[in-house]
Write a protein that binds this ligand. Structure first.
Ligand SMILES: Nc1ncnc2c1ncn2[C@@H]1O[C@H](COP(=O)(O)OP(=O)(O)O)[C@@H](O)[C@H]1O
Ligand SMILES: [Mg+2]
Length: 343
């Protein structure tokens, strides 16, 4: 989880400060994800016309694609208060009850990592989302009574990198669900250019394009590369981000022309060299390169799959011929032992 980070209290982490400054405020400040933005603006307009809060919204997809940003943007667009929390932060049913009873009409409750809510907490959330009621049990044993409180109409915005881990009753209670996909380089280029403007740094358009090509379709990665290249430009050049400066900085960071870094390459080379190209289980790969398998699954693997370098098979992950070529390793003519088992 290095990139997306775990939820740490309500205060932004230090490294997030720049991020917050760069967060888009309105839908119109966001680039890419056109279908998602179009659908959201329809939902927002229609709810405004009915003078009602918007339906519950779920965003899912790999880290860094804009789920959290979209939650804040929606809050701005509908001029609502946003209350931010995360699945692992709500430990007991009582914690959620306390949050719910403090909501006002039209408020937005953003739950990040919503797949990590506990069962007991989910049970409270279902009626709250569906009927805007909160059932509180008072007392214990046979004398226990249930008290039903009405809640104001509010909106839950959920975000998750793992749709599959979301209990289906919870998933079903989100009236609008949006899958975020990797961005095309043109959209990332616009995001990087806008961020450079906000950071007050001069960037040449070829440099922005180069950063965008190596950003693995992910705005957060593009912005991170921008900041590192800016440091390089300030420390080793005259501060202007030109194409040569960008090339040198990215080379120093060991980011190749597809945007793969050292960890990506270790994942691929481990599958190929230690496990005959796969298939091999994610946990085994994680153990071999000392990375958390959840991080591999959330952060690294989606882009490697998108590039067509890794196949997800029922028996584990396997490298494709493209991955061999990228690493400059000969693709075996004869299927390896591992691949033979697949047939
Ligand atoms: N469509 C976009 N346009 C502009 N900036 C974006 C866009 N999507 C994401 N970003 C930026 O990328 C970074 C990561 O986005 P974030 O919303 O935190 O992703 P997620 O919650 O999906 O992990 C933020 O700094 C955000 O400002
Ligand atoms: Mg997020």
């Amino acid at each position: 989880m290095s990139e997306d980070g775990r939820f740490v209290s309500g205060r932004p982490r230090k490294s997030d400060r720049d991020n917050i400054a760069l967060r888009p405020e309105r839908l119109a400040d966001m680039f890419g994800q056109d279908r998602v933005r179009e659908n959201l603006s329809i939902i927002i307009e229609a709810a405004a016309a009915r003078n009602e809060p918007i339906d519950h919204v779920l965003f899912y997809g790999p880290p860094g694609l804009g789920k959290t940003s979209l939650a804040y943007v929606i809050a701005n667009e509908v001029k609502a208060n946003i209350r931010v929390t995360a699945g692992p932060a709500i430990e007991r049913a009582g914690d959620l009850a306390a949050i719910l009873t403090h909501l006002k009409k039209g408020d937005i409750l953003f739950i990040d990592e919503v797949h990590r809510l506990g069962k007991a907490v989910e049970e409270i959330l279902y009626p709250a989302m569906e009927d805007f009621v909160l059932d509180i049990v008072i007392g214990k044993g046979p004398a226990a009574k249930t008290l039903r409180l009405n809640l104001p109409r509010f909106t839950v915005i959920g975000a998750t990198t793992r749709l599959a881990l979301l209990a289906s009753p919870l998933r079903d209670r989100f009236g609008a669900r949006f899958r975020l996909d990797f961005y095309d380089p043109a959209a990332i280029e616009r995001i990087v250019t806008r961020a450079a403007l906000m950071l007050n740094v001069e960037i040449r358009s070829e440099a922005a394009a180069e950063i965008a090509r190596r950003a693995r379709g992910t705005p957060r990665v593009g912005l991170r590369l921008l900041r590192r290249v800016r440091d390089f430009a300030e420390a080793r050049a005259d501060g202007v981000i030109t194409a040569p400066v960008t090339q040198q900085a990215l080379e120093l960071m060991e980011i190749d022309h597809l945007g793969l870094d050292d960890v990506d390459r270790r994942i691929l080379s481990t599958i190929i060299e230690k496990f005959g190209g796969g298939p091999v289980g994610l946990d085994t790969i994680g153990a071999a390169i000392s990375e958390d398998s959840a991080t591999i699954m959330d952060v690294y693997e989606p882009y490697l799959i998108q590039l067509g370098f890794i196949d997800r098979t029922p028996r584990g992950r396997a490298c494709t011929e493209h991955a061999y070529h990228h690493l400059g390793i000969d693709f075996p003519e004869e299927p390896t032992a591992g691949q033979q088992r697949l047939i």
